[in-house]
Design a protein around this ligand. Structure first.
Ligand SMILES: Cc1ncc(COP(=O)(O)O)c(C=O)c1O
Length: 467
């Protein structure tokens, strides 16, 4: 694997100009903070990048990707097994919608939820049913709707007998569940909601969202004691991603599930990001085994990096009114074929087990060789499996665009999570975190090289800051 500093081929002025024009034509969701780089080719973990500005513009260099495309490309780029599966599926599986059955869809569902299915211990098909969506956000929208409709009688259009007083949803500070209209109400980020259309308040059925800091056991105990009888649902990321890869203390998620059970509140796990990332398929797991949920939403890695898809797995008694959640892309046969092939490959190759062990080693190395070596830049390492975060210091957070540039120039592409910021209950400010969430194909040598390159990038950033 060549390093970023190696001289690579150089693009023509027209090619660089085309790349710049493309960036200009795409909406900027980063307030001018997009990186002035572009990818021209990718294979496995390696992305061929070029700078779009400055004296190096047009020079192609290679970086190791540990972003996985917002942690979605679990098998890296252009995986031969997925290429083959895609080609074969295109040849034969067609495109029927959920109005009729599909052989490809049935194969996948049976292998996952059937009596001997991969996930039958957690989601037996006799107790759960499934729907497919295009994205994590859409999956969370459906989860929210399932929770909402569970609370009222569709015929009478009034609260369902016995659940009249349950209009509260518990969500967590710093959470990210997507950006679409329904789920923004689950985020404690007021600026996302400003200006949204307001519907006449339907007092009887509208939900009220309450936020607590994540991972604080005493706070949930107190909350359930005081407000448990008013709870309709709890929505939780088992490891908070955007908040900076926050792993809850041992026993926290199991206790949350128990409290939900005792208080008859639905537990919704947002595993869009954690799916296949924590050394297991589901992060709602502890030493006792699966932690029960009423609804689980998975996404990102489910699409194997070649398609955007999500799945909502819900208890059978939870459903939405007829045609209320129809989607053109609900478990499309092609999507099912790719998911099935990719999951089969992950299981056969033991990639999750390997990521659990290598992830531990990676965090250890990050602790010793990055955090302890650059105490002015980094605070701590957190994570599980291949979902890891290194929290920045205030100084590094302030220079984030420069740090990102130096890391790319050192040959590693990482993403940064916003961090939970100011939290309530006197908890400390949480700065952004460098997310190291490589595709599952990353092996021991790749991860060693990643840490080495992060060190080089941090060194260059620190040297520039001193000048
Ligand atoms: C925990 C979580 N939920 C939901 C989403 C939304 O997924 P998507 O971007 O596919 O809509 C994300 C995306 O980052 C996420 O991290």
């Amino acid at each position: 694997m060549s390093e970023a500093t190696d001289m690579g081929p150089t693009l023509s002025a027209e090619e660089v100009s085309l790349l710049r024009q493309g960036v200009g034509l795409q909406m900027d969701h980063y307030g001018g903070g997009r990186l002035p780089f572009a990818c021209v080719e990718a294979r496995g973990l390696v992305q061929k990048m070029t700078a779009l500005e400055g004296p190096e513009a047009g020079r192609v260099f290679e970086v190791i990707d540990v972003s996985g495309g917002y942690a979605s490309a679990c098998l890296g780029a252009g995986h031969p097994y997925i290429q083959k599966a895609l080609y074969e599926a295109l040849e034969r599986c067609g495109y029927v919608t959920d109005e009729v059955g599909s052989l490809e869809r049935s194969r996948m569902l049976e292998e996952l939820f059937g009596p001997h299915g991969l996930w039958a211990d957690r989601f037996p098909g006799s107790a759960y049913h499934v729907s497919g969506r295009n994205s994590g956000s859409e999956g969370m929208e459906l989860a929210l709707r399932l929770a909402l409709e569970h609370g009222f009688d569709r015929r009478r259009m009034a609260p369902r007998a016995g659940r009249e007083g349950r209009r509260t949803v518990l969500a967590f500070e710093g959470a990210w569940h997507g950006w679409t209209g329904g789920v923004v109400s689950l985020l404690n980020r007021r600026h996302y909601r400003v200006g949204l259309p307001e519907y006449p308040s339907d007092g009887a059925n509208s939900l009220r969202v309450v936020f607590l800091p994540f991972g604080e056991p005493e706070l949930i105990e107190r909350f359930f004691t005081e407000q448990g009888s008013q709870l309709a649902a709890v929505i939780v990321e088992p490891i908070q991603g955007d908040a900076g890869i926050l792993v809850p203390p041992r026993g926290y998620l199991r206790r949350l599930a128990t409290l939900c059970g005792e208080h008859e509140a639905l537990l919704i796990a947002d595993e869009v990001l954690t799916f296949a990332k924590s050394g297991r398929f589901f992060a709602m797991t502890d030493e006792e085994g699966p932690i029960p949920t009423d609804i689980t939403v998975i996404g990102k890695s489910l699409g194997m990096g070649v398609q955007s898809t999500s799945m909502v797995i819900a208890r059978r008694e939870l459903s939405v009114r007829p045609s209320g959640a129809v989607s053109t892309s609900d478990l499309r046969p092609l999507t099912c074929a790719i998911t099935r092939a990719g999951l089969g490959y992950i299981v056969r190759e033991g990639l999750l087990e390997r990521s659990a062990a290598l992830g531990e080693e990676l965090r250890d190395r990050l602790r010793r060789e990055v955090v302890e070596a650059f105490p002015k830049l980094f605070q701590e390492v957190r994570g599980l499996g291949y979902m890891n975060g290194v929290e920045l210091s205030e100084q590094a957070a302030e220079g984030l665009p420069k740090l990102r540039r130096h890391l790319l120039e050192a040959g590693v592409y990482v993403e940064f999570m916003a961090g939970a910021g100011r939290r309530s209950h006197g908890l400390r400010y949480s700065y952004p975190a460098m997310r190291i969430a490589p595709p599952l194909i990353a092996d021991h040598a790749d991860l060693r090289e990643v840490v080495e390159r992060i060190r080089r990038g941090a060194q260059a950033f620190q040297a520039e800051a001193r000048r």
